[in-house]
Design a protein around this ligand. Structure first.
Ligand code: PLP
Length: 400
């Protein structure tokens, strides 16, 4: 009997994963493939963080720890929240986990029942909608105006809330939109949230460190009265080039943190002890190198935009103030044909054409709940980024 649970049957596989897999397959066949599909920095984890991990191993920090993280890491996280976000949490309001992803997933599992609704803002990170579905809930997808940088307005939010709405998922800087909310914008959303006492808020701050223009503000920082209903999620993956270490953390109300700990205790137990030691070094160590990383990323963003401007009007995009993605509108390519005569009927077709025809891997917007777009992740070397963008321009020019 190969039947899967109804829970799993509701979920779709990660489209970003599928795009990367096909790109690897073509590369293995000897094709020159440049991937703009990876949601991670190409920088190495800084040496002082790697050394802290090595030292932890040498010192025997190789056993189970407290399920929700060592007291040492929790102290570092509490300090980080005060230092960077003006948010005070007690130790019982902090959890560390195997990536921010585990916290998001467990938060849905812990609180969402069949029929509960979760508001997700498109374009959204691919896993949001599927996590909600696996938990048995209904993602309610809102699509803000591209002209408003894909940012949710209080009016849209108010109109979407029903008696069954459990969560509002906020992600700023946004993947893939790069959307960054101002303090006032968050306050206006918080006024709507305040009117619905059952509603909880995820503030996914994982791209906090990657802001080029404007100022980062966390949701509960903008609206302190909402802190008791907000799960503020962050991690070391994107800030410190540590995606493989699998270490995320969150601050939130004690009842919810306790539920997340229960789920972890019966599934994965503590996040890696070595990664926890590395995260302490990341959070407490020097932060100045981040300025250099930001400058390099901003230069890459501008390089990509300069080259891709030549693909207009087939491909158009905004200059996102944060994160390391471009979300490019490819609606003008629909109805055109590739040099091989294939019809481009969707962003999935366009992404396939870029991969098979030009050797550039991108992710179709369909995966992020807003089509027809493609997401280009530009965290790779200048040279490869330039080559990838030139290939995209040429591929667009070759469309008939
Ligand atoms: N949240 C968003 C918006 C992301 O884009 C990602 C990773 O791509 C995550 C969370 C997951 O981060 P982690 O590596 O900490 O699980």
């Amino acid at each position: 009997d190969t039947r899967l649970s109804a829970r799993l049957a509701a979920a779709r596989p990660s489209a970003t994963g599928a795009a990367s897999a096909r790109a690897r397959e073509l590369a293995a066949q000897g094709r020159s493939i440049i991937s703009l599909s990876e949601g991670e920095l190409d920088f190495d984890t800084p040496a002082h963080i790697r050394q802290a991990a090595a030292l932890a191993m040498e010192q025997g920090q190789t056993r189970y720890t407290d399920v929700g993280g060592t007291p040492r890491l929790k102290a570092a996280v509490m300090h980080k929240f005060v230092r960077d976000n003006g948010l005070r949490y007690e130790a019982k309001e902090i959890i560390a986990a195997t990536g921010a992803k585990q916290i998001l997933f467990n938060a849905m599992l812990a609180t969402v029942d069949a029929g509960d609704e979760v508001i997700v803002v498109a374009p959204y990170w691919v896993s949001y909608s599927e996590m909600v579905r696996i938990a048995g809930g209904e993602p309610v997808v809102l699509v803000p105006d591209a002209a408003n940088d894909f940012k949710l307005t209080p009016e849209m939010l108010a109109a979407a809330i029903t008696p069954r709405t459990r969560w509002l998922m906020l992600n700023a800087p946004g993947n893939p939109s790069g959307a960054l909310y101002t303090e006032d914008e968050f306050r206006a959303l918080a006024e709507v949230v305040a009117r619905h006492p059952r509603l909880l808020v995820v503030a996914d701050d994982i791209y906090e460190a990657i802001v080029f223009e404007g100022r980062f503000c966390s949701f509960a920082q903008a609206a302190p009265a909402m802190q008791a209903r907000t799960l503020t999620i962050n991690g070391v993956s994107k800030a410190y080039a540590m995606t493989g270490w699998r270490l995320g953390y969150a601050g939130g109300p004690a009842w919810l943190i306790k539920a997340l700990e229960l789920l972890q205790s019966q599934s994965t137990s503590n996040p890696s002890s070595v990664s926890q030691a590395a995260a302490v070094a990341a959070l407490e160590g020097p932060q100045a190198f981040l300025d250099d990383w930001r400058q390099r990323l901003r230069a890459r963003r501008d390089l990509a935009l300069d080259i891709l401007a030549r693909a207009a009007p087939l491909l158009t995009m905004r200059r996102p103030p944060a994160a390391f993605y471009l979300y490019a509108d490819c609606s003008a390519t629909l109805g055109m044909r590739t040099p091989a005569g294939e019809l481009i009927a969707s962003d999935i077709d366009f992404a396939r054409y870029l991969l098979e025809g030009a050797g550039v891997a991108v992710v179709p917007g369909t995966a992020f709940g807003l089509a027809p777009y493609v997401r280009l992740a530009y965290a790779l070397s200048d040279e490869r980024l330039r080559e990838a963008c030139e290939r995209i321009v040429a591929a667009c020019a070759a469309l008939l």
